[in-house]
Ligand binder design. Structure first.
Ligand code: AHG
Ligand code: MN
Ligand code: MN
Length: 349
């Protein structure tokens, strides 16, 4: 639905919170701080082609991947913007191995923040859309103390809010507190996020699939069959599905949220648990897509119900329109059944 009039993100958050009986204003202030960090990162992303910020720092992140300067800038900007507010007891970032404590001089709050500061970093140097992803929980450890690893390792169902910022042809912030999904577009002239997408709903079925097809030879047979099916099927408009893959999770999922379709980063022979991180990528995106009426699965189970065991664990991800995710699960289940059937036949012969 297209909103009318100018609704800034601050006013929207405040009005949303005032409808909750236990509203304290704290949650609004926290999301406002996040919007500020998003504006700072957006400004830097837009300057990336102009200043000498490109190139590798020479470091690798905890996943052994090369870290670019803008990743670190985004990571540090988020820390700086969020630690002062007094809202969080602990944070965790894709770019840091361990949990991040709030510096002693700052107040400790009741929320937990997890983030992927810059998603799609292989696209930075080539002016292709990238993003930031965040996930917020309430602490489970006692108030007033520094937060713990346990606060960070909660199931995705416990998220109280999640969102992403897309640095694309314009900068957008999309967030949910579980009920509806809202999108705000940054007006670069006066630096405000304005409500541009109200109550986003993902189409029940799409005609786009996005995954890295270069990994085809490593896929399991059920996935190969599913993708072949999408290429053979005649859709409502008499055409097969379209393939679209940017290589930035935020941008790929944002497009599918608008148009419908499925995004997949599967487990395969090389990566038995997939590539995307449960805490920084899968869970927040799953919360958003579910709130928009879609589904997110690891191929068998709901992403949001996975009990995390470590901060940086990865999970396979099948996410998007309800129909499309349900269909791929059927192909994967059928594969399991075929394997079981063949094993049984072997053992009986
Ligand atoms: P990040 O830049 O935060 O490490 O994330 C990159 C992720 C994700 O954005 C994208 O969907 C995926 O990596 C692309 O992986 P492939 O290059 O293996 O397709
Ligand atoms: Mn990422
Ligand atoms: Mn990242």
């Amino acid at each position: 639905m297209k909103p009318t009039g100018y609704m800034t993100i601050q006013r929207h958050i405040l009005e949303g919170e005032s409808q909750h009986p236990e509203a304290t204003g704290e949650f609004s202030s926290l999301l406002t701080d996040l919007a500020l960090a998003a504006k700072i990162i957006s400004l830097e992303v837009n300057k990336a082609g102009l200043v000498d910020i490109l190139g590798l720092t020479g470091n690798k992140n905890v996943h052994g991947e090369k870290v670019k300067k803008l990743d670190m800038f985004a990571h540090e900007t988020l820390l700086k913007s969020m630690e002062y507010g007094g809202h969080f007891c602990v944070m965790a970032s894709e770019e840091e191995q361990d949990i991040i404590h709030i510096p002693e001089q700052h107040q400790i709050g009741k929320y937990v923040l997890l983030f992927d500061p810059l998603d799609g970093s292989s696209n930075i140097d080539v002016n292709v859309s990238i993003g930031t992803i965040f996930s917020i929980y309430k602490r489970v450890s006692p108030d007033g103390q520094p937060g713990t690893l346990e606060d960070c390792l909660q199931k995705g169902t416990e998220q109280v809010a999640a969102g992403y910022v897309l640095y694309g042809s314009s900068t957008m912030m999309v967030y949910t507190t579980g009920e509806d999904v809202y999108g705000f577009t940054l007006d670069p002239a006066f630096g405000e996020f304005l409500l541009s997408h109200e109550k986003i709903q993902i189409p029940k079925k799409g005609n786009i699939y996005s995954l890295n097809e270069g990994n085809y030879k490593y896929w399991r047979p059920g996935l190969k069959r599913y993708i072949k099916y999408l290429q053979d099927v005649e859709d409502l408009n008499g055409q097969p599905y379209s393939a679209r893959y940017i290589g930035s999770l935020v941008a790929d999922i944002h497009r599918n949220l608008m148009y419908g379709g499925i995004f997949i980063y599967p487990a395969d022979k090389r990566r038995p648990t997939g590539k995307l991180r449960l805490m920084y990528e899968c869970n927040p995106m799953a919360m958003i897509v579910e709130a928009a009426g879609g589904r997110a699965s690891d191929g068998m189970n709901r992403i949001l119900e996975i009990q995390p065991e470590s901060l940086h664990q990865s999970e396979p991800l099948y996410i998007g329109s309800e129909h499309d995710v349900t269909l791929v699960e059927k192909f994967l289940r059928e594969e399991e059944e075929l394997i079981r059937f063949t094993e049984e036949a072997k053992s009986q012969s």
